[in-house]
Design a protein around this ligand. Structure first.
Ligand code: 5GP
Ligand code: MN
Ligand code: MN
Length: 324
């Protein structure tokens, strides 16, 4: 059970030192929050930690970093390897990306996550699929370890909760989520400032991309499915970054009557990243899995080889099967 997992995870941390902490490629708010929360947690236990990620932590999340830095693997290959690893917010081994090449032979890994599709790839696994975010699991772990919930650590936890619940609105917003959030506020977190920074503020890149991509909005299956797409050309001509695409998929999902919203992002010629969101009963993790991806029932993703047109055709067809 989960209690036993918490004890094993705490033991893994107490019995080791010199950790590599890694989250998934292209880290989001929960991945970033979990990375820094883990760093604060290890620091208060006087443990050494190195943070490495494939895909930079977006600038807008760097307020959580304190004096920690995260090595962007694609720019700075570390010269050493690591035997003791903690992965956060990674549903499967592949989500760690190229940082896997920093693992020493006979590595041992603690896998901390909240995805229902997590395949328990660690030697030690701390996975709670009904947690809204990985930071929620880290809150439990902090209590298990008796680590003080400082304001810095609380800010990381609150940020991951805020982003993975869409501002405490999605179906994963449980009483426990709000209880933890209340505890974080009581410890000095300024929730309204984080909401403004993470949810309200739009970059120029974001609005320009929104302007363009809304013109691609299309429907299928009696308007129960809708999608937008972003080409490489859209990205370069708006000077938008990949983070500027966060949240775009909601414009498809939020149309009335739409049950599955999709966003197709051309990553490089012949490779398309797909984001899937469910507004109804459809299990989009099941759809993503058919294409080698994964995620949650209501939010999932995958990467498809092929042109934008091919990716759209294949995924829209599978969505149709799920809706029938
Ligand atoms: P997003 O659409 O925001 O990139 O991802 C939505 C959810 O699906 C996230 O919880 C993310 O972890 C998961 N996800 C996205 N892409 C992939 C993928 O390629 N593989 C797996 N296993 N999960 C993914
Ligand atoms: Mn994530
Ligand atoms: Mn998450």
């Amino acid at each position: 059970g989960y209690e036993a997992q918490l004890r094993s995870a705490a033991e893994f941390i107490r019995n080791n030192d010199d950790f590599l902490v890694v989250s998934h490629v292209q880290p989001d708010g929960d991945a970033s929050g979990s990375t820094f929360a883990m760093a604060w947690l290890l620091k208060s236990l006087n443990k050494k930690a190195t943070l490495i990620n494939e895909g930079r932590i977006p600038e807008k999340f760097m307020y959580m970093a304190g004096s920690f830095s995260v090595i962007p693997y694609e720019l700075e290959r570390p010269e050493r390897t690591f035997r003791t690893i903690i992965s956060v917010d990674c549903a499967d081994f592949e989500r760690i990306g190229q940082v896997r090449s920093c693992f020493a032979p006979q590595w041992q890994l603690l896998n901390i996550d909240h995805h229902a599709t997590n395949d328990n790839f660690g030697q030690v696994n701390l996975v709670r699929a009904d947690a809204a975010a990985t930071v929620e699991v880290l809150y439990d772990l902090a209590l298990e370890l008796g680590v003080e919930l400082t304001r810095e650590l609380s800010i990381c936890i609150y940020s991951g909760l805020l982003t993975d619940t869409g501002g405490f609105r999605y179906a994963n917003t449980t009483p426990k989520v709000l209880q933890i959030a209340a505890d974080m506020l009581a410890r000095g977190v300024q929730g309204h400032k984080l909401a403004e920074r993470l949810l309200e503020t739009m970059t120029y890149g974001q609005v320009s991309l929104l302007k363009r991509s809304l013109s691609t909005l299309s429907f299928a299956h009696n308007n129960r499915a809708a999608w937008l797409y972003v080409t490489l050309d859209d990205l370069s001509s708006t000077e938008a970054t990949s983070e500027d695409m966060d949240g775009l998929v909601n414009y498809a999902r939020n149309v009335e009557g739409v049950e599955v919203g999709m966003l197709f992002k051309e990553k490089q010629p012949g490779s398309v990243k797909v984001s899937l969101r469910s507004a109804g009963q459809a299990d989009v993790a099941a759809i993503a899995k058919r294409f080698g991806g994964g995620g949650h029932v209501r939010a999932a993703g995958c990467t498809i080889s092929g042109s934008l047109e091919e990716a759209i055709e294949q995924v829209v067809k599978e969505v149709g099967k799920e809706l029938s």
